[in-house]
Ligand binder design. Sequence first.
Ligand SMILES: [Zn+2]
Ligand SMILES: [Zn+2]
Length: 338
Amino acid sequence: MKTLVCTKPGEFEYAIGEQPQLKPGQAIIKIKRIGICGTDLHAFEGTQPYFEYPRILGHELSGGLIAVDGAPGFEIGEAVTFIPYFFCGKCIACRKGKQNACENIKVCGVHQDGGMVEYLSVPSYSLVHGDGLSFDALALVEPLAIGAHGVKRAGVTKDEFVLVIGAGPIGLGTMEFARIAGARVIALDVNNDRLSFCKEKLKVEHIINAMDADVTEQLKSITNGDMPTVVIDATGNLKAINNAFQYMSHGARYVLIGLQKEEISFSHPEFHKREATLMSSRNATREDFEHVISSMKKKIVDPTTYITHRVYFDQVKDEFEGWLNPANGVIKAIVEMV
Ligand SMILES: [Zn+2]
Ligand SMILES: [Zn+2]
């Protein structure tokens, strides 16, 4: 079968791989769509921490089920996606139902070879029913579930102000699920094109450019002097993360979806006087995947909004580098397997 291997930073090579055989407890998916995300781009650039090469990338996937063992209710031929965070089932996180934060987690396409292949073997427990959605929509469930998980972590309630920082695909998904939870969403980003996208396509109520000198004043005026009760970072940028502590209201929750490598620092008195809560949000759970799918089915989230670029598998090697350039306006690039 055809595969595309990231052999080292900056280099892809098409290769012939061995087609997987069905093993106990596994399922084989004929891949139909591969969504490209920041992780893939960083892995290609060589800036993804702890990444090993050669590696087959791809974790935002959908396809048809062609063989399966140990997945009651799943049928050969059905359209599926899957939860690409494979877990041990034994560690404390798994025992507490937080498989998304498993101590021994293996993310498909990151810690082990992923979906830039014709056929992929995955644990049967990770399968998710396609529920009548298109292959395009199903490939977008994972990135949207990341945002849905962050919103769930924050415990967003109706009518509260939620500030989402970063209007990339993860930030956009976060804004959508904050809106679905009933929040009044404020988008903050440095890129005016992305901010206009939030306003026009996602109907985000308020947008602010992070480079403005008066961000705090704008937040005050939007929130009637209170400041946002939820702040969610989807940038993974140290400066943005440290800077946003000041945007929290008293009693606020600050959720980090984005990840970076350095130490975060903030004023303890400022944090303490707010009785603020800081938390991280890692991956997503099955419940989040189901929430995304049901929101797509109810058409309160439109997956096609996100797809800006589309190529066939044979074109990925040549097109990939262009997706790193912000000038190309990539939100979500989708690869089609035929
Ligand atoms: Zn991703
Ligand atoms: Zn575990």
